[in-house]
Design a protein around this ligand. Structure first.
Ligand code: 13P
Length: 254
């Protein structure tokens, strides 16, 4: 059985002080231990955040990583710089990076490889735009976005299915839409890697996931957790989603 993972992508939110205060409050929540929990603050908050989460169950993730270990790459960060301060996870290929910062399938793969080479667990984002969905191209897009993933270690890879039309819009994929895309991605992982790797790989849903819809989306057969933006910024709503994931895991066992 796959252990649920709930990851918060804070995007460009929270100052260093706010990040530390949030994490102290989250740790005080007495969260269920059956769920992996990861928070991904901005780069500048990572060192302080690492100090706060040390010894807790909260994992720490970065929102990006460069593909080289050092060099003339203004405003980028290398994977060893992240691991040195205790970062264990990294988000790669987010649609906001693709839309606003020129990320491509190729650069996303290079970043993911560099992250894995340094020992980071990679959360690799894929997902179609509304125009692509309306044109019936969802599966073709997912196929293209995952085409190069065979170069990665599936044991340190988490996929995040984030339909672009559901990110920050309040519009969520229906359970049927989410399950269909996740099942497609799992079959795809089996063909790229093998059945065991696909069965073991966590595939997160992302896109307006919040406490009010977590109970519909998290129990789906091929949904193994969530990558949460807006609702991760509030300790109460993020903890509620973590508890919903724990309830699903408990339900699966009984
Ligand atoms: P929202 O939860 O705000 O829709 O963001 C999802 C997301 O992009 C997480 O990476």
């Amino acid at each position: 059985m796959r252990r649920p993972l709930i990851a918060g992508n804070w995007k460009m939110h929270k100052t260093v002080a706010e990040a530390s205060a949030y994490l102290e409050d989250l740790i005080a929540e007495d969260l269920p231990t059956s769920v992996d929990v990861v928070c991904c603050p901005t780069f500048v908050s990572l060192p302080a955040a690492a100090m706060v989460v040390t010894g807790s169950q909260i994992g720490l993730g970065a929102q990006n990583v460069h593909w080289d270990t050092s060099g003339a790459f203004t405003a980028e960060l290398a994977a060893p710089m992240l691991t040195e301060i205790g970062v264990q996870w990294v988000i790669v290929g987010h649609s906001e990076r693709r839309t606003f910062f020129g990320e491509t399938d190729e650069t996303a793969l290079d970043r993911a490889r560099a992250g894995q080479a340094a020992g980071l667990e990679v959360i690799y984002c894929v997902g179609e735009t509304l125009a692509e969905r309306d044109a019936g191209e969802t599966f073709a897009v997912l196929e293209r976005q995952t085409a190069t993933l065979g170069a990665l270690d599936p044991g340190h890879l988490v996929l995040a299915y984030e339909p672009v039309w559901a990110i920050g819009t309040g519009r969520t994929a229906t359970p049927a839409q989410a399950q269909e895309a996740h099942a497609f991605l799992r079959v795809r992982m089996a063909s790229i890697f093998d059945g065991a790797a696909a069965d073991g790989m966590r595939i997160l849903y992302g896109g307006s996931l919040k406490p009010s819809n977590a109970d519909e989306l998290l129990p789906l057969a091929d949904v193994d957790g969530g990558l949460i933006g807006g609702a991760s910024l509030d300790v109460g709503s993020f903890s509620a989603i973590i508890r919903a994931a724990a309830d699903c895991a408990a339900g699966d066992e009984s």
